[in-house]
Design a protein around this ligand. Structure first.
Ligand code: ATP
Ligand code: ZN
Length: 286
C-alpha cells in the first residue's frame, strides 16, 4: 500500500501547529515529542518524520520525504526547487534588517558598503542585489542580534515577529525584506498514487481552514423582524427558521463569517434578536 512521508519539525515554533493541523484533519499518529523520529499514522496513508526545520527542504528535494512543513523563509533560503502545495497561515514572521536604535535611517542606500550579519545570506543577497546595493554579508548561524553590539557588523537581518528581541538588543527594524508563514512543500515528482493521497490531505486541510473563518450562529427573532435579521446574516444558502414554542418568535440558524458577525452584531441586536449563540465549526465543506 502506497503511503506518503511527511517531514515535520521535531521541536520548535512550527511543531505544535503542524501536529494540531493533522489532528484536526483526523489523521492520528504519535507526535515526535517522545524522542521518536518516525511515526506511522494508524488511520491515514501517511508516515511522519521529525527533523530539524533546516533539514526538511533537503529531505523533500531528495525524495526521502514526499511532503514537509517548513517556514517559507527557511524553504526559500534553502534554494531547493519544491512545490509550495499549500500556505498554512501559522508561524507568521518577517525577515527584516535592523540597525542600532540610536542611529538615524534614511533608506536602503544607507547599507552601501556596510556589513550585515544574518543566517539568511541568499534571501538578503537577492534583496540587496535587486536594490543594487553592495554590502558585506556576514553569515552567522545563531544569536545574530548581538552582532552590532560586539562590533561584528553594522546591522543584522533576522526573523522578527513581535520585535521584542530586537528591542532588548538595542536594535530597530528598518526594512522588511521577506514575509513568511508555514508552508506545505512537496517533492515535484510525486507518483500518481502519492498525488491521490495528497489530494485527500488537501481536501481535509481546506475543510479545516474554511471552518476556522466561520461560526455557527443561533438566535431568536420576533417574526415581524425575521426578514430584516436574516438580511444581516449572509448564510451559506439560506438560514434555517424554526418556530419557537412561544408565539410570535422564531429560532434562526445559520453560518456566518466571523468578521461579518462582528460587523453586524449591533444591527442584529438593534433589530430585536435575542439569545444569540455563536458556536465554532470543526470542519466545513462547500
Ligand atoms: P530547529 O531546532 O528545528 O532548527 P529553529 O530554532 O531553527 O529550529 P524555530 O525558532 O523553531 O527554528 O523557528 C521555526 C520557524 O518558525 C522559523 O523558520 C520561522 O519561519 C518561524 N518563526 C520564527 N520565529 C517566529 C516567531 N517569533 N513567531 C512565529 N513564527 C516564528
Ligand atoms: Zn533551524
Amino acid at each position: 500500500m502506497t503511503s506518503i512521508r511527511i517531514a515535520l519539525q521535531k521541536s520548535g515554533r512550527l511543531s505544535e501547529d503542524s501536529i494540531q493541523l493533522f489532528k484536526e484533519c483526523g489523521i492520528k499518529f504519535e507526535a515526535g515529542s517522545s524522542g521518536k523520529l518516525r511515526s506511522v499514522s494508524s488511520n491515514f496513508a501517511a508516515e511522519f518524520l521529525f527533523l530539524r526545520d533546516d533539514d526538511i527542504s533537503g529531505y523533500v528535494a531528495d525524495g526521502v520525504a514526499d511532503l514537509g512543513i517548513v517556514g517559507e523563509n527557511v524553504y526559500v533560503e534553502s534554494n531547493h526547487q519544491l512545490d509550495v502545495v499549500h500556505r498554512l497561515g501559522f508561524s507568521k514572521c518577517r525577515l527584516s534588517i535592523a540597525i542600532p536604535r540610536g542611529e538615524t535611517y534614511g533608506n536602503i542606500n544607507n547599507f552601501e558598503g556596510k556589513s550585515i550579519a544574518t543566517s539568511y545570506p541568499n534571501l538578503l543577497g537577492k534583496y540587496l542585489a535587486a536594490k543594487d546595493i553592495q554590502a558585506n554579508i556576514h553569515v552567522i548561524s545563531g544569536s545574530v542580534e548581538i552582532a552590532p553590539s560586539i562590533g561584528l557588523a553594522d546591522a543584522v537581518c533576522d526573523i522578527v515577529s513581535s520585535g521584542s528581541t530586537l528591542l532588548s538588543n538595542g536594535l530597530k527594524e528598518v526594512e522588511v525584506i521577506f514575509r513568511s508563514e508555514a508552508v506545505l512543500v512537496g517533492n515535484p515528482t510525486l507518483s500518481d498514487e502519492k498525488r491521490a493521497i495528497l489530494a485527500k490531505l488537501l481536501f481535509r486541510i481546506n475543510a479545516v481552514q474554511t471552518a476556522q473563518n466561520y461560526k455557527y450562529i443561533l438566535l431568536n427573532a420576533p417574526n415581524d423582524k425575521l426578514n430584516e435579521i436574516i438580511g444581516l446574516i449572509p448564510g451559506m444558502k439560506s438560514p434555517t427558521v424554526l418556530p419557537l414554542a412561544a408565539g410570535g418568535w422564531s429560532s434562526v440558524h445559520s453560518v456566518i463569517e466571523e468578521n461579518d458577525f462582528w460587523n453586524n452584531i449591533e444591527a442584529i441586536r438593534a433589530a430585536g434578536a435575542q439569545g444569540i449563540l455563536i458556536i465554532p465549526i470543526e470542519k466545513m465543506v462547500h
